[in-house]
Design a protein around this ligand. Structure first.
Ligand SMILES: [Zn+2]
Ligand SMILES: [Zn+2]
Length: 268
């Protein structure tokens, strides 16, 4: 398995043949499925040339990936001209340790891992998946933040708002679900508040304003770049609040509806 974090079912079963794991061997299929359900393991999706899904042979184990992102994807592709960003900011100084890896697994179960310059974009605390031919999704852990970027093939202005909103909502749901599990396992009563809040980035993707403030403030001038932003800047993340922005033929609608449906089936 090593650095790549890829394992096949038989490899794992072979590990469980060892003396220490004998007790679980009779339940190996059940346990394997539990590991997928808990987002410890994620299927490696593959498609044939016609776009049909191929049977799954390999699984990702994001918690085993130790290599840091050393590709040029962020510098060359995830640029202010082509990307938008929001941050999930956690209340403490650190994110609950298992959360990023399980979030990455959840992304792998919903979307296809991106290949860039011949390399798979799965690293420690960093993943890029393809949403469709025009939109990529980046998840990147930095300190007490999980950054979400939506990257468009040509221009940030062409990002379909329904897609950005759908991806955001899908990840919020996923993180709620993972946090619930985390809290239930350490026997803490479920707090009514989420353990994170959202921040929107400035047009240069570097300065941040809280969602709450951003939606209420008429004008926000960011610290580093002195750029002016208005509440309309965040509409891309909040499509429901301005439905008329999106016309009936928007390609985002169907994608997001299907993805969210799939997500909900998995979750509940
Ligand atoms: Zn700025
Ligand atoms: Zn739309």
């Amino acid at each position: 398995m090593s650095d790549s974090g890829i394992i096949c079912r038989e490899d794992l079963y072979n590990i469980w043949e060892q003396k220490d794991f004998r007790a679980i061997l009779p339940y190996k299929e059940f346990i394997f499925n539990i590991l997928i359900h808990l987002d410890i393991l994620a299927e490696q999706r593959r498609y044939d040339t016609a776009g049909s899904r191929l049977p799954v042979d390999n699984f990702f184990v994001p918690c085993m990936v130790t290599e840091r992102n050393n590709t040029s994807f962020m510098d060359k592709e995830c640029t202010p001209e082509r990307a938008i960003c929001l941050a999930f900011v956690f209340k403490g100084t650190v994110i609950p340790p298992a959360l990023p890896n399980r979030l990455i697994s959840a992304c792998l179960s919903m979307w296809t891992l991106k290949q860039y310059e011949g390399r798979k974009l799965l690293f420690s605390g960093f993943i890029v998946v393809s949403f469709d031919k025009a939109h990529d999704i980046v998840i990147c852990v930095e300190g007490n933040q999980i950054l979400l970027y939506i990257v468009h093939k040509t221009s940030a202005g062409l990002i379909v708002p329904d897609i950005a909103t759908g991806v955001k909502e899908c990840l919020v749901l996923t993180m709620e679900r993972i946090s619930d599990f985390y809290q239930s396992t350490i026997n803490v009563k479920r707090s009514p508040q989420l353990p994170f809040h959202l921040d929107y980035s400035c047009a240069k993707l570097k300065c941040f304003i809280s969602e709450e403030e951003g939606l209420q403030t008429n004008e926000w001038v960011c610290d580093k770049h002195k750029l002016t932003h208005r509440a309309e800047n965040w509409l891309v993340w909040n499509q429901d609040k301005k439905k008329e922005h999106c016309d009936q033929n928007c390609p985002g609608k169907i994608y997001v509806a299907v993805r969210l449906m799939f997500t909900k089936i998995r979750f509940y």
